[in-house]
Design a binder for this molecule. Structure first.
Ligand SMILES: C[S@@+](CC[C@H](N)C(=O)[O-])C[C@H]1O[C@@H](n2cnc3c(N)ncnc32)[C@H](O)[C@@H]1O
Length: 208
């Protein structure tokens, strides 16, 4: 695997995967719930879901911010965001905005109260994507990142599982020891915890 995220490969990866993605993620749904609980969206707030994929986080976030809140999903894969669009249309949510663009160049003019990066390893390895994302947040905004990570080296079987999952969902293994490192460098101190035998992390912090 390359040492940098490969956007072309990622688009192809998610073009092929978009139809089965929601089923494949079922095992990780408790992690999503925990990450969103950590983010603690409040009624009336604006929350951005970076790398929102098929929109699996949208129902939980939308329920928390309510009809007066605002949810923005930013996603580079047209195939994945199309599924999110269908979800929004079926629910008739008027306060969910979806933007199909890489986080590096996406434009959104507001200042959000909170941001979620759920299983978005490639995005978090790109300093320019993190910088552009953080520029969309107000001072004090809450940030949660979660996703795959290497377990300790001796946990060979766990790391075999991380490797297999990574092969399917990301385009670089670089940074898997501490995937939130670049986010923390730009955001400020983050606290992290491990889940699923340390194959998954949930990290949180606040924009300075
Ligand atoms: C494993 S999926 C996670 C999707 C969603 N966050 C979820 O929780 O189900 C990773 C997503 O990040 C998107 N992605 C990767 N790099 C990105 C970038 N630089 N900008 C925007 N989206 C990106 C991929 O297209 C893919 O949909």
């Amino acid at each position: 695997m390359p040492t940098q995220p490969d956007r072309h490969a990622a688009l192809e990866q998610y073009r092929r995967r978009s139809g089965v993605y929601d089923l494949e993620l079922a095992l990780f749904e408790p992690i999503r719930r925990e990450a969103i609980a950590q983010l603690a969206p409040r009624p009336g707030e604006t929350v951005i879901d970076f790398g929102c994929g098929t929109g699996l986080s949208l129902p939980l976030v939308r329920a928390a911010v309510g009809a007066k809140g605002h949810v923005v999903g930013i996603e580079q894969s047209p195939d994945m965001i199309e599924r999110a669009r269908q979800r929004v249309a079926i629910q008739r949510w008027r306060n969910v905005e979806l933007i199909c663009a890489p986080a590096e160049t996406a434009q959104w003019s507001g200042k959000a109260d909170a941001a979620l990066f759920h299983f978005t390893h490639d995005l978090l390895q790109r300093p320019e994507a993190v910088a552009n994302a953080l520029g969309m947040l107000r001072d004090g905004a809450r940030v949660v990142a979660s996703g795959l990570r290497w377990a300790p080296r001796w946990a060979l079987a766990v790391n075999a599982g991380v490797y297999l999952a990574a092969r399917r969902s990301i385009t670089t293994l670089a940074g898997l020891e501490q995937p939130w490192k670049e986010l923390e460098r730009q955001l400020g101190p983050m606290r992290s915890r491990s889940r699923l035998l340390a194959a998954v992390y949930i990290a949180h912090g606040q924009r300075r």
